[in-house]
Design a protein around this ligand. Structure first.
Ligand SMILES: CC(C)(COP(=O)(O)OP(=O)(O)OC[C@H]1O[C@@H](n2cnc3c(N)ncnc32)[C@H](O)[C@@H]1OP(=O)(O)O)[C@@H](O)C(=O)NCCC(=O)NCCS
Length: 175
């Protein structure tokens, strides 16, 4: 597999919007009503929203591509709004990591996560943190393998009217 990682730009908005919708749907279908799902997809991943985010230089989207075709994406941002406790450190939020299900278990996620960590270290962040739905066992296992620890803090992240709770995980860097 020939994999590359590159920052997504405004030109990628259509592809990113479609990939975000597909991977979110594949991951969370069945955990909420179809109505809630459709509203969420529109509210978070619609083309106009994705365009606005891509236009923000602090909002960092990256694709992982297999033979030039996006197979997953990563979103990083220094943003303390959802977890202000993190302000005591220079902290980077891993807002999303989504790999198309065709490529689960094939090592792409590790490559993308290693990229995120190296990026954070290069920019002198002290810690990388993220939220994971408490029942997303595959993702939790993956994060654990990658050295993340449960911070003991949680936050509510409903999909429409369906209540869901995320656990905040973190990974501090040495020295
Ligand atoms: C989370 C994600 C990036 C991980 O990538 P991946 O390629 O699937 O990860 P891996 O296969 O290396 O690791 C998953 C681990 O979970 C295990 N696993 C799989 N299904 C599981 C389940 N239902 N319960 C518990 N563990 C499970 C796997 O066996 C593997 O562990 P192992 O290597 O010790 O055997 C990818 O699955 C993904 O994109 N999922 C959909 C989007 C998502 O959930 N993103 C995170 C949102 S917070």
């Amino acid at each position: 597999m020939n994999t590359t990682i590159r920052r997504a730009t405004l030109k990628d908005a259509v592809v990113l919007s479609a990939l975000s919708k597909k991977t979110f749907y594949d991951t969370f279908t069945g955990t909420c009503t179809e109505d809630d799902m459709q509203q969420f997809l529109q509210a978070y991943f619609d083309l106009d929203i994705v365009k606005k985010e891509l236009a923000n230089e602090n909002d960092l989207y990256f694709f992982i591509e297999v033979d030039g075709v996006p197979a997953g994406y990563l979103r990083l941002m220094e943003d303390y709004s959802n977890f202000p406790l993190m302000k005591q450190w220079k902290a980077l939020e891993l807002k999303r990591i989504y790999i198309d299900k065709l490529y689960h278990g094939k090592g792409l996620a590790q490559v993308l996560m290693t990229f995120a960590e190296n990026f954070a270290k290069e920019k002198k962040f002290e810690v990388l943190w993220l939220g994971v739905w408490e029942h997303n066992n595959r993702a939790i296992r993956f994060y654990e393998k990658m050295g993340f620890k449960d911070s003991g803090h949680t936050h509510d992240f409903p999909i429409g009217n369906t209540p869901q709770r995320d656990n905040w995980l973190w990974k501090f860097f040495e020295g």
